[in-house]
Design a binder for this molecule. Structure first.
Ligand SMILES: [Fe+2]
Ligand SMILES: [Fe+2]
Length: 475
């Protein structure tokens, strides 16, 4: 089960050849996928040989093989974690039943919606990142971008497999539509707003992979708990790939900070104007980028009170983060959770039924995890001897979904007037000038081992290769 069959047109570990109709349907989708990759995938990179990892098994140790491949030849396929013997539905009203190997009829529409929404984010991020290769800060970073891109492409395959196998004609139509929507498109945009935003520069890319791929992690963790076993097993394997994406983000921001601190030491100043003359990104600008990506990403968890979230949980489709590690009845009827509400010019806590606030529960778990990494960034600043500290903004800041939509809240959590917001927003969210400045730093650095001036080199290379390894051969 864990080893992957690469001799077939579509690599897989699900015995695809035993289901001819499914195999044919997916082989029919495959050229459309490749066409999408050529049209919407990494710009101008089709001919590069890239040092990529490819899954060779789904066991936790040693699943990856590294080698130079042209990205359109990457072996995208269908890899599920091995089934867990006697797995049960672990939460909700079906708790204790055997996990479902097929889609229960009454949950079909909801499950399809969950899978389509998750699936839609995967190609969206490839589209958002498609021009970044033209301005990479190093060959090492270029390779990491491409690794993230091919794996997001594979995540699309993961969801398309479920749609084709379990949802009949509806599923096949949804799989086609996943290739037709496009990030930022006027008439046919991606489903979730954060996936229609641009990722215009590499600082935005690192913030995106740190914050938004982490949303991916939390959604996948919640779906990995699903009573629908094929979804659970798919998500478990996707999570092993997701870890690298967040590493790219965390280490990318960290290296940016490190370089800025070096120049702060050399020049003896933290004056952004001086630092910008020296071609690095001042810490307040990094904070404004952080504020933007954090707030846009936490919107992805949805409304703080949601009857859909309650339904998904009660029906065993989507669990909580680390559901099975929690010590409660896993049904949550009669349980409460504290959410925030605006009363006049104050945010006050309010107890609401937990089942209805499961989006907020997941968001709060996400926030905890995000803040841990911000702490590690601050260690870099502290070690360099500076007192500046990056901070996650309050969760009510700059929100567009849920209770806080349309309410102005400062990063410190004060409810403020429109006038105060307008007077200060330039200090809180990256401005046009910030973005233009960061964009001005984005030259293309591709000599092995060389780094753009604004970022420090990584501590180690990929797969124990040296930093100056030829990660990308341009042909
Ligand atoms: Fe993904
Ligand atoms: Fe990802």
């Amino acid at each position: 089960m864990s080893s992957i069959n690469y001799s077939e047109k579509i690599p897989n570990n699900v015995n695809l050849s035993e289901d001819r109709a499914l195999q044919r349907a997916l082989e029919h989708w495959q050229p459309n996928y490749l066409q999408w990759w050529r049209d919407m995938g990494p710009d101008g990179s089709q001919n590069f040989d890239v040092y990529l990892r490819t899954a060779i098994s789904t066991t936790p140790d040693g699943w990856a093989q590294f080698g130079h491949v042209k990205m359109p030849d990457y072996r995208w396929g269908i890899f599920l974690n091995a089934p867990e013997a006697d797995r049960q539905v672990n939460f909700g009203e079906h708790k204790g039943e055997a996990a479902w190997q097929d889609v229960p009829g009454e949950h079909r529409a909801n499950l399809r919606r969950i899978i389509v929404t998750q699936g839609d984010t995967e190609p969206a991020s490839v589209e958002q990142q498609r021009h970044l290769g033209l301005t990479c800060p190093s060959q090492y970073d270029l390779r990491n971008l491409f690794q993230v891109n091919v794996e997001e492409g594979r995540h699309l395959w993961a969801m398309v497999y479920l749609l084709h196998k379990y949802f009949g004609r509806d599923g096949r139509e949804e799989a086609e539509a996943l290739l037709q929507r496009n990030s930022g498109s006027e008439d046919n945009p991606r489903i979730l707003q954060a996936f229609n935003e641009e990722t215009p520069d590499w600082l935005a890319f690192y913030m995106f992979t740190y914050f938004t791929d982490r949303d991916g992690k939390f959604q996948l963790c919640a779906l990995a708990e699903s009573g629908f076993d094929p979804l659970s097993r798919t998500c478990r394997f996707m999570l092993t790939e997701e870890a690298h994406h967040m590493f790219v983000g965390e280490s990318g921001v960290s290296r940016t900070i490190q370089r800025t601190c070096e120049v702060m030491k050399q020049t003896g100043t933290d004056d952004p104007a001086v630092l910008r003359q020296h071609g690095v990104i001042d810490l307040p600008t990094i904070q404004r980028y952080l504020n933007f990506h954090f707030s846009v990403t936490i919107d992805l968890f949805g409304a703080d009170q949601s009857s859909n979230a309650a339904t998904f949980y009660a029906s065993g489709l989507k669990g909580r983060y680390e559901e099975t590690k929690r010590n409660d009845d896993h049904q949550l009827k009669g349980e409460h959770y504290k959410i925030l509400e605006v009363q006049g010019d104050k945010l006050v806590e309010k107890e609401v039924p937990m089942l209805n606030s499961l989006n907020e529960v997941l968001r709060d778990d996400y926030i905890k995890d995000s803040i841990a990494g911000i702490g590690r960034w601050n260690k870099v600043i502290e070690k360099a001897g500076f007192s500046f500290r990056l901070q996650a903004p309050h969760k009510a800041f700059n929100r567009h979904i849920g209770t806080f939509a349309g309410i102005r809240v400062a990063p410190d959590g004060r409810v403020i007037s429109e006038a105060e917001w307008q007077a200060n927003v330039r200090n809180w969210l990256a401005t046009e000038e910030d973005r233009a400045y960061v964009a001005s730093l984005m030259g293309r650095v591709v000599e092995p081992g060389k780094m753009a001036n604004w970022i420090a080199p990584p501590a180690v290379g990929i797969n124990r290769q040296p930093v100056d390894f030829d990660y990308v051969r341009f042909n």
